[in-house]
Design a protein around this ligand. Sequence first.
Ligand SMILES: [Zn+2]
Length: 142
Amino acid sequence: MGGLEPAAAARQALIAAAAAVRVHAYAPYSGFRVGAAVLAEGGAVAAGANVENASYPVGICAEQAAVAAAVAAGHRRLQALAVVSGEDPPAAPCGACRQMLAEFGDPRIYLAVAGETEPREAYWLHELLPRAFGPADLERKR
Ligand SMILES: [Zn+2]
């Protein structure tokens, strides 16, 4: 199940976009600031930061904010995501974010988990979320 790994310049641009938006993270409770950027088919980039809430479960992850921004801009197919948490080792997307990503791409979404500038780890979504539940599972019920 091979995917299309973005070119080095595109990977760096995605990481830069994630790092740039990370400064706007709203994380007064955890202090865990995260930025994410997704690359849509056609080359558009959408970014998002985590947004915490005093009612903790209401908060959203940076990856979800980035996906929502891409969808709001009209994109439905995502090819790659970069996430920058500034942690060492960097944090990979949580389970909910893996599921959200699976909706808008396929198992071949490329994920770069990065420090401030350099990719530290990279995965394909299917490696982090094997046998994902997705739109095709619901198609069978229609
Ligand atoms: Zn998450």
